[in-house]
Each structure stands twice: as structure tokens, then as C-alpha cells.
Design a protein around this ligand. Structure first.
Ligand code: DGJ
Length: 453
């Protein structure tokens, strides 16, 4: 079988040339095909199904759940659909996260069923499992046929592991509360050897964050602590599934991630990245710009290139050079992540030691405080002038892989000034260096996030 390349983070098209809409997806193997089910938010659709023999070329099968499937779906949000096959009933069962289409307050799961893998699924009902809130979710079927539903409960504070009834249509019991209070979502589970692995993200909406994993010898038993996996933004993705490729030479494991675009959902893409295991209980994830997968042998090859570009994130806003123009100055501002926006791409130049300059990669301009002013609250602008001390920033380590940037000339630090009113831009100013430990939610902290593409 010819082995083609998976180009990560690009918009993937099906064999008809249409963009694949299968976000927050799950997979099922049947008769030599990988079936991929995922969210489709285009007009009237909810869950679409594609299939492939080589994981590169995807054939559209059906919009398996639409707004017409059931009155309860006519306005609903249906997220993270996962399908598994029940040997006892001979039916395919889908679980997903159900919301009212307005906000995320319902926190319910929904169950659908079908006699064929890619037929029109019938909606059974939505509910809160054993009365608990239920948002991001996944399904996992164990070797003995027992299936589990894992979902974020208690306002996403905890992850619950539920055992399903024999027909997979209901919850039998709440088996386990994982990492109480640690606010994890986007769970994906795989079994490798004697251990179960779970990958999960933190809770930052559509913006990416540090992925973590844990392992356990028993899905309902004790799980390890959570360990970091991938980059601080999990290569700008959020987990959704782990594919197992059982080949003649080896068994490979693929991390399937959504690269959400918070500025334009329809620009969201996917990544397939090889997972590696140094020991029976340790897992790691590296960036690959593209991979080849030989589904016959199970062998994978990855290629990776450095972009040399960075995004600077402060309190979930990204430094943007598009600028707010006023009196000849271009103010840098904080925008929502946009995967396509060149104005969010920066080059970080090391001047010496811990001193850097930050250059917008398109215009070549540098960020600096307006008018070289040492006043607190002065806005940050883009300047085309070269070699100003005021363009130099000292990198000071802060919590959770973040840094604070202190201007060498003024002694003040970069700060995100949130807009006071809706519709106004979040601006960047200089302010006294805070003594807070900093971190993802801190307006004085910067995440220097490498751009992976
Ligand atoms: C992150 C979740 O993982 C997504 O599935 C989606 O629910 C977004 N949050 C909504 O903000």
C-alpha cells in the first residue's frame, strides 16, 4: 500500500475535495477501515462520518447526526462525539456532550444508536449521568467488552469515570473521580501493554494549554499524578483521541488533536502526532510537521521543521501587530488566537543573556514603550527604528513556564490592559513589575509559545 503523508495543522480535505469537518472526533475500526466521527458545525449538521484505509485519504460517508435527527437537537450543541460497537446488541452507540446551543450551562451527555456504523443515528435522550454535570467526554471500551464514559464534572473541576450498562445505552455506575479540583477536560484514553494512559487538557476554552497524561494499571483503580506532555500549548492543540495502529511489525499510537481556531472555528484543523513510550508507564509527544503511517506494518515516520516564530500570550490574549492606529503610532494589542493571522507571529531575538527584542515577523518592527517614556501606563507600540535600548526586554521566569518581560530602559514590565468596555481592544502597557508568581491567568505574565507548523 502506498504510504502518503499527513500534513499536520493544515486544512484536510476529503476525497471529494471538501474540508473535513470532524472536530472533537473519535475513531472506530471496522472491516479494514478507520471510521472518523466528529463535530460538523456547518449548516444543519452535527456529527459527520468519514472513512479511510490509510489515515490520509478520507472518504465522506454520511452526516450521521443532523439538526433533524430529533427535536432536542434542532438547536443543540453536540460536541466530542465518540462511537463504539456493542457486540451483545450488534449496535453502534454514540455518546456526546449535549448543550442547549446558547451556553454551556446544561452540562449533559446524550446517547444515540444505529444498526450500521455510518447510518443515520437515532437519538435516545440527554441527561446528567447519575445527576452530575457532564461536559468534555470520551468513551473507552476495554478488552473484556466493558465500556466506560469519562466526562468533566462539577464545573469541570473533576473527571468522572462511569461504567456503562451492558448495552452501552446507560450509565451503570460512577466508578472513579479523577484528580478532584484539578480542572481537566478533553480526555482521551488508550491501553498499551498492562497500562491505561489518559491524556487531557486544562480548561482554557478554545485556547490551547499544557496537555498532561497519567497512567494506571486499572481504569477504575488508582491513577498516577498528571505529567506534562508536549509543549506548553500542546503544539497549539487539544486532545481528542488516541489511535492504535496494530501492524505486522509494531503497534503505534497516534495522538489526535484539534487545532482549534478561536477566531474562526471553521479554520480549525487537526494533527496526528506519534506518541512514544520510553518505559511501560511514560509517554511523550513531539511535534511533527508531517508523518507517514504504514497501517500494514504499523511503522510511522515523522518530519519536523522549526518555524522560528513565536506567539506571545498574556492572560489568553495574543500580542497582535495589526495595531490600533492613533496619532501616528501603532499600538500593539491583545487579540484572541487566530491560526491564520500573520500579525500574531513574532521573532524573538536574543540580545545577550536574558535580554531579548521582539520583532513582528512581517513588518520587521519592534515592540517598545511609546515615546521612550518611563511613565506607568504608557502604551506599547511598534517601532521601525533600530537599536533602541527601549526595545530590549529582560526575561524573568514566572510560574508554569511563563515569564515576565521587564523593559531594560524603563524598568517597567509588559502588562495586558483589559478593555473596560465591550468592543474595545485589550492594549499592552508598561506597569511596575509585579511580585505575583504569574502563570496562565496573570496579566503580567507572558507565555512565549513556539509556533508549530
Ligand atoms: C474546550 C472544550 O474542550 C471544547 O470541546 C469546547 O467545549 C470548548 N471548550 C468551548 O469553550
Amino acid at each position: 500500500m502506498p504510504v502518503n503523508r499527513v500534513l499536520n495543522g493544515t486544512i484536510w480535505k476529503d476525497t471529494d475535495g471538501n474540508p473535513i469537518h470532524a472536530h472533537g472526533g473519535g475513531f472506530l475500526k471496522k472491516d479494514g477501515y478507520f471510521y472518523w466521527f466528529g463535530e460538523n458545525r456547518t449548516e444543519g449538521k452535527l456529527v459527520s462520518c468519514y472513512r479511510s484505509k490509510d489515515l490520509v485519504s478520507w472518504e465522506f460517508c454520511n452526516h450521521v447526526v443532523t439538526r433533524n435527527t430529533h427535536p432536542e437537537l434542532s438547536r443543540a450543541n453536540a460536541e466530542r462525539p465518540k462511537v463504539t460497537y456493542n457486540e451483545k446488541t450488534g449496535r453502534y452507540v454514540m455518546w456526546l456532550h449535549w448543550e442547549n446551543g446558547i451556553d454551556y450551562s446544561e452540562a449533559r451527555c446524550a446517547v444515540l444508536v444505529c444498526d450500521t456504523v455510518d447510518g443515520d443515528y437515532s437519538y435516545l435522550r440527554s441527561f446528567r449521568p447519575k445527576g452530575h454535570m457532564s461536559r468534555d467526554c470520551t468513551l473507552f471500551k476495554d478488552d473484556d467488552g466493558t465500556a466506560y464514559f469519562v466526562s468533566a464534572a462539577r464545573e469541570n473541576a473533576d473527571l468522572h469515570v462511569y461504567r456503562l450498562s451492558d448495552d452501552y445505552l446507560d450509565i451503570a455506575s460512577l466508578e472513579k473521580v479523577l484528580w478532584p479540583g484539578q480542572k481537566r477536560e478533553a480526555p482521551a484514553i488508550v491501553k498499551r501493554g498492562d497500562y491505561y494512559f489518559l491524556i487531557t487538557s486544562g480548561c482554557t476554552g478554545w485556547e490551547p494549554n499544557q496537555g498532561k497524561y497519567a497512567y494506571s494499571a486499572s481504569i477504575t483503580g488508582e491513577w498516577s499524578d498528571l505529567f506534562d506532555i508536549g509543549s506548553p500549548t500542546t503544539f497549539d492543540t487539544q486532545p481528542t483521541y488516541i489511535l492504535t495502529i496494530q501492524g505486522s511489525e509494531t503497534t503505534s499510537y497516534i495522538y489526535v488533536g484539534d487545532r482549534w481556531d478561536p477566531s474562526n472555528y471553521f479554520n480549525s484543523s487537526y494533527v496526528f502526532l506519534p506518541l512514544s513510550f520510553d518505559t511501560e508507564t511514560s509517554m511523550s509527544l513531539d511535534w511533527a510537521s508531517s508523518i507517514t503511517i504504514d497501517v500494514q506494518t504499523g511503522l510511522m515516520e515523522a518530519e519536523s521543521e522549526k518555524s522560528g516564530l513565536w506567539r506571545l500570550r498574556m492572560g489568553l490574549r495574543y500580542l497582535s501587530a495589526k495595531g490600533v492606529e492613533s496619532a501616528g503610532a501603532t499600538y500593539v494589542y491583545g487579540a484572541r488566537l487566530s491560526c491564520a493571522d500573520q500579525d500574531q507571529l513574532w521573532v524573538v531575538e536574543r540580545v545577550s543573556g536574558d535580554i531579548i527584542r521582539i520583532r513582528h515577523h512581517v513588518s520587521g518592527k519592534y515592540i517598545e514603550p511609546e515615546d521612550s517614556s518611563s511613565q506607568e501606563g504608557t502604551r506599547i507600540i511598534l517601532s521601525g527604528k533600530l537599536d533602541h535600548a527601549r526595545q530590549e526586554w529582560r526575561v524573568i521566569p514566572a510560574a508554569e513556564g511563563h515569564v515576565k518581560l521587564q523593559n531594560v530602559h524603563t524598568g517597567l514590565a509588559l502588562k495586558l490592559e483589559r478593555a473596560r468596555e465591550r468592543g474595545q481592544a485589550d492594549l499592552l502597557i508598561q506597569a511596575p513589575l509585579s511580585s505575583s508568581p504569574g502563570g496562565p491567568w496573570d496579566v503580567n505574565s507572558v507565555l512565549l509559545a513556539e509556533v508549530y507548523r
